[in-house]
Design a protein around this ligand. Structure first.
Ligand code: ARG
Length: 251
């Protein structure tokens, strides 16, 4: 908890120094640099050698609309917003929930989807927040799942993992009693492990946005305009349908 707070304070300090590429500079260069994790299916994931997922396809679609080529960067979830402050790329799309703490360090786009954090356990395991009492829970580090699980009273232990897929593996291996993660990821997980895992309840809701360097208003405006267009011309709906069988936009 202390460590997470320190990191965000450090981010807020960094936010006042370095200089992000302006929209004009990006446009002139013809290429936008986008960062994601690449280990968070079905949103951003490396499959074989290919970076894919709902957010990767969406960002590629937005860049195309802005007339830009894309250069992708993948790095651990935990360091994505720090790299943004160091101007290693122009924006981040990695399922970041729009929280007040993060919004102090970076600027968020309009939400590109809405979701929530849910419990998954082995069949017969804990399903609700109350059931988590006395139990061990796996979550990815640096996430809103960790933040929210810490608010549930009586949990025996929260185990953090650098990657969400490792937190899921801990559940399947029986090393923890429950996993808390994205509700759509949870649905896929339960489907893939049919008869072994069961979906529990939703612990919280969140709006997910893309992050730009604090103060990069020009880029933010272009990204939001491209997203609005995708939401209204059917391209967002088509993509969302492909990945989720439903439209995941915020309403
Ligand atoms: N939605 C959660 C959060 O805001 C988890 C995001 C994890 N993203 C990832 N690429 N692993 O913290």
């Amino acid at each position: 908890m202390k460590k997470a707070l320190l990191t965000l304070t450090a981010l807020a300090l960094l936010a006042t120094t370095a200089q992000a590429r302006s929209w004009e500079e990006i446009k002139k260069s013809g290429t936008i640099k986008i960062a994601t994790e690449g280990a968070f299916p079905p949103f951003n994931v490396v499959k074989g050698k290919e970076l894919t997922g709902f957010e990767v396809d969406l960002a590629n679609q937005l860049a195309r609309q802005l007339g830009l080529k894309v250069q992708w960067v993948t790095q651990p979830f935990d360091s994505l917003l720090i790299g943004l402050q160091q101007d290693r790329y122009d924006f981040v799309i990695a399922s970041h929930g729009i929280t007040p703490e993060r919004a102090r360090a970076v600027d968020f786009s309009s939400p590109h989807y809405c979701t929530g954090g849910a419990v998954v356990s082995r069949v017969g395991g804990p399903k609700t927040a109350a059931d988590l009492k006395g139990k061990t829970v796996a979550v990815q580090v640096g996430t809103t799942y960790l933040e929210n699980v810490r608010k549930v009273p009586g949990i025996k232990e929260v185990k953090t993992f650098p990657k969400d897929t490792d937190a899921q593996a801990a559940l399947m291996a029986g090393r923890v009693d429950a996993w808390v993660g994205d509700k759509f990821t949870g649905l896929d997980l339960v489907k893939a492990q049919k008869g072994k895992l069961a979906a529990g309840s939703l612990l919280f809701n969140e709006r997910i946005g893309m992050a730009v360097r604090k103060g990069n208003a020009g880029l933010l405006k272009e990204l939001n305009a491209a997203l609005t267009k995708s939401l209204s011309d059917g391209s967002y709906a088509k993509l969302s349908g492909q990945y989720f069988g439903t439209d995941v936009r915020c309403r």
